[in-house]
Design a protein around this ligand. Structure first.
Ligand SMILES: [Zn+2]
Length: 214
């Protein structure tokens, strides 16, 4: 419905609010030029993120997630693919999306992470499922987030020896991707990292290295 309305009503740029364009040239250029960063979580799990969750990429990602601006799947897919190829150059790896919660799917009508991954050209394996509902992580502090998601995911089948990369849209404290890693390892997978569209600069990362300086 929202996408249909956008065809007949004036729109503003998803990244900066400029009038009469779904994505202005400047914002399109920024989304087309990710600067992947590598972050190591306290757990040792390594996150490769295409963008900082700030400014225009953050605004555009919110527009995709919360306003149904699904035309943004394409640029974010390209950014994810570039980030994954740079950060996890492993031809054997498969990419496992964080499953969308039933509540988020009801609210949005689409599955953001799955859609971005599907469009990326990366080999996808949607093998995680939610075994119980959780509270919205945005309402919670760091310690609460970890507790909230603990034991909430499982793999649908054994993954013995499979090399997997977890895919998420925004990594904040790393609690959700940490739970995904636990579930995948329990199923026998070798979790070699996380690829995300964005990460926030809140606490949760112990090391933060620019993969692409200059
Ligand atoms: Zn713009």
């Amino acid at each position: 419905m929202i996408a249909a309305l956008a065809l007949i009503l004036p729109v503003d740029c998803a990244g900066c609010g400029a009038w009469d364009t779904a994505l202005c040239e400047t914002c399109a250029g920024i989304l087309a030029s990710p600067r992947p960063r590598r972050h190591e979580l306290a757990s040792g799990l390594v996150v490769h993120a295409a963008f900082d969750f700030a400014d225009r990429p953050a605004r555009a990602l919110r527009a995709l997630k919360e306003e149904g601006r699904t035309s943004l799947v394409r640029p974010f897919s390209a950014a994810l693919a570039a980030t994954a190829r740079a950060g996890v150059p492993d031809a054997e790896a498969v990419f496992v999306p964080m499953p969308t919660s039933a509540a988020a799917f009801r609210r949005r009508g689409h599955r953001v992470v799955e859609a971005i991954l599907a469009r990326s050209g990366l080999p996808a394996l949607a093998v995680l499922r939610r075994t119980r509902s959780t509270r919205d992580q945005r309402e919670l502090g760091r310690a609460e987030r970890a507790h909230n998601v603990a034991g909430s995911l499982s793999a649908r089948r054994r993954l013995d020896g499979r090399r997997v990369v977890i895919v998420d849209d925004v990594v904040t404290t790393g609690a959700s991707v940490g739970e995904a890693a636990r579930a995948l390892r329990e199923a026998g997978a070798d979790v070699i990292g996380v690829a995300s569209v964005a990460h926030t600069r809140r606490s949760g990362f112990v090391r933060d290295t620019d993969m692409n300086p200059g």
